[in-house]
Each structure stands twice: as C-alpha cells, then as structure tokens.
Design a protein around this ligand. Structure first.
Ligand SMILES: CC(C)(COP(=O)(O)OP(=O)(O)OC[C@H]1O[C@@H](n2cnc3c(N)ncnc32)[C@H](O)[C@@H]1OP(=O)(O)O)[C@@H](O)C(=O)NCCC(=O)NCCS
Length: 204
C-alpha cells in the first residue's frame, strides 16, 4: 500500500499537512468558526495560537508518516489558501477508512466537499484496498448527509444520542457506507484521481 501524500482534483490540492501551513490553516479556521462550531467538536477548542497550530500539524504529519491516519489540508490549486480539511481515518471495526471533511465558509455550496470525498473514496479503494469506506454525520447536518448520498453510499443506520451538541442537545450519528464491490458502479468512481507518493511519483 502506498499512501498518497498529494492528491490533485479538478479544483483542489489535497496534501499532507506541514507545520509551516499553520498561518494559512489558522486564517481558514478563524474565519469559519461560527460555521464550524455546530458540527465539529474540535471547534470548541478554537481559536488556537500559532504555536499550538504548528504542534497540531506536526502531530498530524507524524500520524500520516506512520500510516496511522491520513489528514489532509485542502488547498486551492496554487496552494495560496487553505479551503478546508479532510482525511481518511482508521476505524477499529475492520478494513475500512472513514472520510471526514470541513470546508471554509467562503467556499461552501460549490460542490467542493463532494469533489474531495469522491477523490478520497477513490484513494481508499484503489490505494488502501479497503473493504468499505464510511462517512458519519449528524442527522441534522443535511449538507453533509447530501454528500455520501450523491456518491452512492448507503445509509446503514442512524444511531441515537451519540453526542451532545454545543447547545447541550443530544444528537445522533448517521453511518453511511460504500463497499468495494459497489464502488465501480457508484457515482464516486466517475473520476480518476491524480495521486502522488512521498517522493512525488504518480500512484494511480
Ligand atoms: C458539510 C460541508 C463540508 C459541505 O461542503 P460543501 O463544499 O458546501 O458541499 P457540497 O457543495 O459538495 O455539497 C453540499 C450539498 O448539500 C446541499 N445543501 C446545501 N444546503 C443544504 C440544506 N440547507 N439542506 C439540505 N441540503 C443542502 C447542496 O445543495 C449540495 O448538494 P447538491 O450538490 O446536490 O446541490 C460544509 O458545509 C461544512 O464545512 N460544514 C461545516 C463542517 C461540517 O459539517 N462537516 C461535516 C461533519 S460530518
């Protein structure tokens, strides 16, 4: 298995974070805080100082290099701006990876999370050879749930009261999945990704 350190999509570059991305990531998070707070539990610990951000990115980078999980920055094509964060996260219930995502508030509503999730679904099956890919989201997060639905994932279950919202309300979790034998016929397989290893060699 070869981890993709860089994936190019039509409008974005997904790449392994580097500590020096801290200022661009801080700018993106800070301008999107209101939009993130309802949905991303980590937003409660924001804003972070630049040093804390760099430490966080060092930890993400280390986990990536150790093949523990693959957290990517989402950049515009010339990499002058961070337009979100995404990742392939391991789950301990089988040979699967879970996709997570958030998009900078100024970039939402343009199909970018769909484009990115399509690319990571491809990477999970073609490079990591997983048996299935999962996407989890709150039942009330209609924008997020629209993404696995569009990509051909099935809703396996909605678990009740799995977390508490920042407003103190119990909230459930939807579990969407796509299996390896379903992938070739799914809308998620409609693109071919350009993925590159740590040496910059093309993978797929
Ligand atoms: C969820 C999120 C990643 C979506 O990013 P995005 O780039 O805007 O997503 P896309 O444009 O690819 O797709 C969003 C879909 O939701 C739909 N949508 C938008 N607003 C909606 C609403 N109020 N109700 C239902 N669907 C809605 C859009 O129409 C679009 O579907 P379409 O392409 O079929 O029209 C972004 O809103 C975000 O960062 N939210 C905060 C963090 C978050 O919730 N992360 C996910 C945690 S599971």
């Amino acid at each position: 298995m070869e981890a993709a350190y860089r994936i190019e999509t039509e409008r974005t570059v997904l790449r392994c974070w580097e500590p020096k991305d801290a200022p661009l990531l801080s700018a993106a998070v800070e301008s999107s805080l209101d939009h993130l707070r309802g949905w991303m539990p980590w937003a409660a610990g924001e804003p972070k100082s630049l040093d804390e951000r760099a430490e966080f990115l060092r930890a993400m980078r280390a986990a990536f290099d150790r093949d523990e999980e693959y957290v990517y920055g989402i950049f515009n094509r010339d990499e002058s701006a961070v337009i979100g964060g995404t990742g392939l996260h391991r789950r301990d219930d089988g040979n699967c990876l879970e996709i997570g995502y958030w998009v900078h508030v100024d970039w939402i509503g343009r199909g970018l999370a769909t484009e990115i999730s399509m690319a990571l679904t491809n990477a999970a099956f073609e490079l990591h050879k997983v048996d299935w890919v999962e996407i989890r989201c709150d039942p009330s997060n209609a924008r997020s749930a629209a993404i696995p639905h569009k990509l051909g994932y099935s809703l396996d279950a909605t678990l009740r009261r799995r977390r508490t919202t920042p407003q103190g309300q119990p909230e459930g979790t939807m579990i969407w999945s796509l299996f390896a034998d379903e992938f070739p016929q799914s809308p998620a397989a409609a693109v071919k990704i350009s993925a590159f290893d740590a040496l910059g060699r093309e993978l797929v």
